[in-house]
Ligand binder design. Sequence first.
Ligand SMILES: [Fe+2]
Ligand SMILES: [Fe+2]
Length: 487
Amino acid sequence: MSDEQIIAPRFASTEERECSLLGQNFINQFCIFLKTCRIYDPDNNNYKLQLVLTNDLIQDHFRQLGDLTLQLQSDYLFYCGVRLRTEYDLESNAVYLIEFFRKLGISGFMFDIGFTSEGLRQVVKLLLAAEADGVNSYDEMLRRWQQAGVEFVEVLPPMVESLEQADQSRQRRLFAKKAFFSAISNLKSVVSAIGANRSVDLTRTSRVIHSLVDQVISDDAYLLELTALQAHDEYTFKHSTNVCVYAICLGNSIKLNKTELANLGFAALFHDIGKTRLPLQILNKPTEFDEAEWDLVRKHPTYGVLAIAKTMPFDENSCRAILVAFEHHFNLDGSGYPYVKFQRRLNLYSKIVAICDVFDALTSGRVYRKDAVSPEHVLRKMLEQAGTKFEPTLLKAFISTVSLYPPGTLLLLDDGRLAMAIGRSRHDLFRPRVKIIGDMFQLYEIAEEVDLSQRDEVGNYYRSIVRAIEPQELPVNLSHYILQSFQ
Ligand SMILES: [Fe+2]
Ligand SMILES: [Fe+2]
């Protein structure tokens, strides 16, 4: 590495210098611990000593600077965003770590406040096991990470070298995927804190929501694509995250500002938090509820109020979340639940969340469900309820946000081919961007992406939609095609 490549900022601020110093100490200690773990098992005194020393440094860092991020970017290590001014020679710990991260296919990790020495023990065990198994991909690391369920730490994907060179859309997709799944995993840890009646730290939640807001503002297409996926076992988390993404998109289309979008996203993410107080056998019941069960389900808005009030800091943000949790099943005409004596004027955020909630409940998992109806069909049904159940202006804004053919809608085209909508076209609401997934005889392994609003030289469209296909007409697992773009 040449000297001119290592250009340290000439006038680094005191904070940056302090941060850099903490970072150097940390990577040295972390490497010692890593090397110790290669030799000794957890019962050994050396192991125990290095575990304590490394954890002490992390806890010190939390006290001084909050969350801790260590990440490899273009051949350098960055500690909480500050490039480490350390030796990058072959013998250095920095290079040892860089090589280690590259070998595993990751760029580093982020420790959040709450991380403990037990977590540290698990993390190093995971890293070394992955190394021994020859893992060399972020996706596989992420899978192992999630399977191990280590709390308060995230493994980070490799950074693309340069924005200009990189395929920008791929990078945006990766960012979208990361933000989306971070929202889900964060929600899980908040829910477990609430379940235990512990007060929750919302720093990370608010960071995740801000990153969702930023991405919606720059281009909401990739996040909307992800809402079409469904995790079988995590319905509530996925549903809440979808509702959060839809709400931010809708809020953005009616020109709410960034702070309002973050507040709205926060309220949307926790709208169903009261459901965590319902018995699991009701939540997972595959058949219809009986009357007694319905009575209980109708209590989840009230339970939501109590859960938020009890566990979150009392500020404007959580008060609004309380309001949305309470009001999201009220209809415009005063019907809905829970029972109240007098009709209420509903809060704007509640009306937004109500629309997003119903749409997701009726279409979620649309790429898996056998009994699913097409999103187009759901939107038409919802339009019939504009004015009674939903606020008409907001509903129209929602439809133009997700478009008439939201991602995941299966379409028959006039050339006889099958396509799956993946997003709006910039030019025409009725002509989405699609993936051509097959024809009458076969499904393709690799789907070609096309924009149905494109025309030939004489102005004719290359392809048009004949109709939307109801999912049960053609049971195809579409998740494969969606995830293809996010690899
Ligand atoms: Fe609900
Ligand atoms: Fe909901």
